[in-house]
Ligand binder design. Structure first.
Ligand code: SAM
Ligand code: DTB
Ligand code: SF4
Length: 338
């Protein structure tokens, strides 16, 4: 048994030296940390649903849902509460543990909140964990979601602070950190991660992990997305022109491993990009400490690996779905080490 300390005082130099380890040493360390806190053969299954698609005023260079993108994604209104609950019931029947709902908003308007609150209450009443990602939140909106019983809120920092303005100009890195603060103050579990493969350098990936691993408390979930290059988005088109810019699979695995070592208790989610990843790369990610995935054949607008190929992969690797638990409230994981 190794003693794993949960630290929030990581330096960039320490994180950079983890990235620079030989792959066998890095994977060994990540897998050792992983099994201190998590059953290594169990993977959490989460289902995503876009409850309000497209027409977003933000200019995130990766996103098909920005008004700036020419991606062919049609803008819709917020779905009816009952339709969302039907989709949640279907996800639960398919074995999903967490229902994650995304809206293409810069921030929710106060008039949207009553429907959002009803959705959270309805999904939770089915015994699933709830997660929302609705853009920036005021302290009051975060309190309303906490009151409704929301378990998690996804709000990604996306990349390191230095690279951020190359990807998004309509908000600042600090805006993301402010919403994360508002979530913490409201007592909602935080899901925050980012995207690898947007043309950033390794130093930016170090900065990305550093931001998350030095938050006062680590996010309970850390999604690591591989950029899905979508035609009509700034980054999707850039990648189409320079195919060699696509992230190297091993560098992606290294990022997962470093996130696992720096944030031992978090669920590290192998998120977007799996549909174009080989089984071998995904297997390395699980070995490196990823223990959560999105199931189904669609993410928000982009294709996902799909239930059949995931079932085959799980059978091949001997992985099982994480057993359904009661929705967790904030603090539980921290208390476990104190
Ligand atoms: N509008 C909300 C927001 O930005 O916070 C929620 C939805 S947004 C689509 C959720 C996250 O999905 C983004 O922060 C980004 O990290 C990820 N994402 C979006 N498009 C992606 C793409 N093409 N490839 C990989 N990840 C992507
Ligand atoms: C996250 O980090 N990845 C998910 C979830 N949080 C909301 C979203 C991935 C979106 C991929 C692109 C798309 O489907 O449009
Ligand atoms: Fe809007 Fe979120 Fe897409 Fe950015 S990532 S354009 S905020 S939906």
């Amino acid at each position: 048994m190794i003693e794993v300390e949960v630290r929030t005082d990581w330096s960039r130099a320490e994180i950079a030296s983890l990235f620079a380890l030989s792959l066998p040493e890095l994977l060994f360390r990540a897998a050792s940390v992983h099994r201190e806190f998590h059953p290594p053969e169990q993977v959490q299954l989460c289902t995503l649903l876009s409850i309000k698609t497209g027409g977003c005023p933000e200019d995130c260079g990766y996103c098909s849902q920005s008004v700036n993108a020419d991606s062919g994604v049609e803008a819709t209104k917020l779905m009816e509460v009952q339709s969302v609950l039907q989709k949640a019931a279907h996800a639960k029947d398919a074995g999903s543990q967490r229902f994650c709902m995304g809206a293409a908003w810069r921030n929710p308007k106060d008039r949207d909140m009553p429907a959002i609150v009803e959705i959270v209450k309805g999904v939770r009443a089915m015994g699933m964990e709830t997660c929302m990602t609705l853009g920036m939140l005021t302290p009051k909106q975060a309190d309303m979601l906490a009151e409704a019983g929301l378990d998690y809120y996804n709000h990604n920092v996306d990349t390191g602070p230095e690279y951020y303005e190359r990807v998004i100009t309509t908000r600042k890195y600090q805006d993301r950190l402010d919403t994360i603060r508002n979530l913490r103050d409201a007592g909602i579990n935080v899901c925050s991660g980012g995207i690898v493969g947007m043309g950033e350098t390794r130093a930016d990936r170090v900065g990305f992990v550093h931001t998350l691993a030095t938050l006062e408390r680590h996010p309970e979930s850390v999604p690591v997305n591989a950029l899905v290059p979508i035609k009509g988005t700034v980054l999707g088109d850039m990648l189409a022109d320079t195919p060699l810019a696509r992230i190297d699979d091993i560098e992606f695995v290294r990022t997962v491993a470093v996130a696992r070592i720096c944030m031992p208790m978090s669920m590290v989610r192998l998120s977007a990009g799996r549909e174009s990843m080989s089984e071998a790369t995904q297997a390395l990610c699980f070995l490196a400490g990823a223990n959560s995935i999105f199931t189904g054949d669609k993410l928000l607008t982009a294709p996902n690996a799909g239930d059949d190929s995931d079932a085959a992969l799980f059978a091949k690797l001997g992985l099982t779905a994480l057993a359904q638990e009661e929705p967790m409230r904030v603090c539980k994981t921290i208390e476990a080490v104190e």
